[in-house]
Ligand binder design. Sequence first.
Ligand SMILES: [Zn+2]
Length: 405
Amino acid sequence: MSNYKIQSPIDSRNAGIRNELLVLNILRTHGQMSQSGLCRQADLSSSTVSYIIGRLREKNLIIEEYGQSASRGAKPVLISINPTGRFVLGIEINPTDIFAGLFDFNCKLTESIRTTITAEQNIGEIVKLIEITARGLLSKHNITEKMTAGIGLAVSGSISKAGVVELSSPMGWKAVPLRAMLQERFDCPVSVHATRVRLLAEKIIDPTLTSQNILYLNVANGVGGHIISDGRLIHGTDNRSGEIGHIVIDANGPRCGCGHKGCLEAYISGPALAAKIRNDLTTADSQLVPMIAEGDLPTDVLAKWGQALKNNDAYALKLQKYVADKLTPIAATAINCYDPEVVILAGYVCMQCFDYLAEAIRRHIETDVFDNLSRQISIIPAKAGDKAIIIGTASAILREFAEPA
Ligand SMILES: [Zn+2]
C-alpha cells in the first residue's frame, strides 16, 4: 500500500474542517475567486475544492455567481464570502466602558456601541451589562445566536487560554473566569482574547498589508509588542507573548505596575510619561507649563506634549529623545528576534511623534540589527484607531471559525 499514513474517520473530518477554514480565509483575503483560482491558492485538488465548496454552500457561507468569460466559452463561476452567512461580536472591556461591535462574515463593521461602566460596578454587574449590550446589538439586527459565529471579549491583562482573566490591572481583576461566566448565558461560542488581537485589525483596515511577518509596537497605557510570524499571530505558551514593556532596562529603576523594577513600561507608558511631565514642569521652562491642567488624563497630557512638539518646544523635544532612547534598543532587539518585514508603531504615545521614532528606529537598525544591509523593513503608523481591538477580536474569531457539518 503506497499510502502508509492511514486516516481515521475523525482525521478526515478534521481535515475537511481545516480545509473549509483555509478556503474561507483565502476568500476573505482575496475577495471573489474562481474554483480553479482557489485550487491554486489553497494547493488542493479540484475534487477536494469541489467538495469543500459544496459543504460551504450547504452552510450558506458562500455566494456563487457567474463572472464574465474572456472568450465565447462558458462563463466562470465566481465564489465569494456570503457577508450575511454568519455574524461576530467583538467586545472590548475598558475601565470606563464596554465597546461592542457587530461584524459580518467578511469582518466588516455593521454597528458599534459604547455602554458606560462605573468604578462601583462589580464583576457580576459588568457581566450582566456585557450580556445586555451583546443581546441588544444582535436583536436590533435580527441576528439569532445560531447565526452568530462567536462572541469575543478582549481585556487588557494576562488572559489564560481557557478565558480566565488572571490579572487585569486596568480593571482591577484577578482570576476572573470571564469566558465561563458569559458562556453560560449564550448558545454560541464565547472567547476571551488578549489585546494583541489589535494587530489583526491592521490587516483588515489596510488590505495592502499582506506581509506575513509584522512587529507591532504599542506604547499607550501599557507597552507591548505583538508579532505576526510566518502569517500567524503569536500567543505563546500561556498567552503572554510580546511583553516587551516588562523588559528590565535598569534593575535599579522605578517600580513597574508588574512589581519589578526598571521595566520599559515604567519609563515610557502614557501614565509614566504624564507623571514625568508633571514632575519635570515644576522646574523646567516649557510652553507646556500653563497647558497642563490638574484633571488631565495621561492621553490629554500626551496630546498637549504633541502640540508642544509641533511648536519645537525645547523641553518637549528633549522628552521625545528620552522616549526614543528607551524604546529603540528594545525595538532593535525585537527585530533581531523576529525578523519582521513591517514594523507598526501604535498607541497614543507613538502617535505624538511617529516620524521621529520611526527615524530613530531606522538608525538603530543600522547599528544594532544583524545583517541590516539585506533587510528591507518598512516602519508605518497603525491605522485601525480606536476600533482596533473590536475589529481585531472579530478577525481572530473569523480566522479560526470552523463549524462541524
Ligand atoms: Zn513590569
